[in-house]
Design a protein around this ligand. Structure first.
Ligand code: NDP
Length: 338
């Protein structure tokens, strides 16, 4: 059946892939965009014009209770994917109040509007592995107790509990996708993976650029955004709402990411030095191409997070398909074309 769907945060990385996938299915897509967004319609501009024309945009902010109440009451959506968030951990450390206000009011307004004004609407909340904090040991699954280390992680923990509480107390069809890091050619410029790729491409093109990084030994479980949005749709398609970890279960360090990206543009690196003095030189010409900047270390940075997607594999038959090396290749090709 053709569904009427609202995507908040449609202009972000995930909004692009989710819209593309739901349009393929024939759904009617409504997207929420902030009137004052510096990014305009954001990643959606990469959809072909025919697909863009099929979208209905609503200008508004998830922080506004009146706006959200009216939109949800009037439209009676079949499904809402709540992706909108201040999504940068680093920014949340610099601007905790803005992040908490934005993310907490957003999920609270949407879940409450569904409860009170459109109770048959299904809700998918984009949760985050940041709610777990650092790995103590092993992998993190749906039963791992949250232990967030940033204001961003705190907001995602709150959303996760709010969904589960509305599900239990009011019968809301609500599910949290506990998303581990995922990247793509449309990753926002403020994120480290996008910064690495942009520098690598400039260096490959002969620019005199040095890539400055913080702690290159932190490890992440990185997947591809399109794979993850397929998982999110599969969660929404279940008859009974439940929470799922969406992850690859594989860990790589930022240093691994850097080495792979440089090697894909034909540059081999020579690493020397330790801690803040560590550098990487282009083996061919001796130029320093990577250095460490103390100011880019984040207080309370999570050393590693690795997800256990067994439940999604078993119940949804979902599997991540794209390797980290392939993701890096897609990002490089995108920036080379730019
Ligand atoms: P992006 O930062 O690329 O996109 C977020 C979008 O939300 C932006 O378009 C932004 O618009 C919009 N937005 C933010 N606040 C509001 C608001 N108050 N009202 C309306 N729109 C708003 O994030 P991603 O696409 O990468 O991520 C999607 C979701 O998944 C987010 O909730 C994120 O926290 C979560 N997630 C992402 C992970 C990842 O690795 N990508 C990992 C784990 C969770 P504007 O342009 O106006 O700022």
């Amino acid at each position: 059946m053709r569904k009427k769907v609202l995507i908040t945060g449609i202009g972000g990385q995930d909004g692009y892939f989710l819209s593309k996938l739901l349009l393929l299915r024939g759904d009617t897509i409504h997207g929420l965009i902030r009137r004052d967004s510096p990014n305009g319609i954001g990643s959606i501009k990469h959809l072909n014009t025919g697909d863009q024309a099929k979208l209905t945009f609503h200008e508004g902010d998830t922080k506004s209770k009146d706006f959200i109440d009216e939109l949800i009451r009037f439209s009676q959506f079949d499904e809402i994917y709540h992706l909108a968030a201040q999504s940068s951990v680093a920014r949340s450390i610099q601007h905790p109040r803005e992040t908490i206000e934005n993310n907490v009011l957003g999920i609270t307004n949407i879940a409450t509007a569904i409860r009170d004004k459109s109770p048959t609407t299904k809700l998918l909340f984009a949760g985050s592995s940041e709610m777990f904090g650092s790995i103590v040991e092993g992998k993190q699954n749906e039963r791992t107790p949250p232990h967030p280390q940033s204001p961003y992680g705190l907001t995602k923990e709150l959303g996760f509990h709010l969904i589960s509480s509305y599900r239990n107390h009011y019968g809301l069809w609500g599910a949290t996708a506990i998303l581990f890091n995922h990247e793509s050619e449309f990753r926002g410029n403020q994120f480290v993976t996008s910064k690495i790729i942009r520098s690598v491409v400039r260096i490959a093109n002969g620019d005199d650029v040095v890539l400055s990084l913080g702690n290159i030994y932190v490890k992440r479980d990185w997947g591809y955004a399109e794979d993850y949005m397929k998982g999110v749709i599969q969660i929404m398609d279940q008859p009974i709402p439940d929470d799922y970890v969406i992850a690859t279960g594989k860990l790589h360090s930022v240093k691994d990411f850097v080495n792979t990206a440089f090697s894909q543009v034909g540059i081999s690196l020579q690493w020397t030095g330790n801690d803040l003095d560590e550098i990487a030189q282009n083996k061919e010409n001796g130029k320093i191409v990577v250095k460490i900047d103390e100011n880019l270390y984040r207080p309370g940075d999570i050393k590693g997070t690795c997800g256990d997607p067994s439940k999604a594999k078993e119940n949804l038959k979902w599997e991540p398909k794209t390797s980290l090396s392939k993701i890096i290749e897609k990002m490089i090709v995108h920036y080379l074309k730019k």
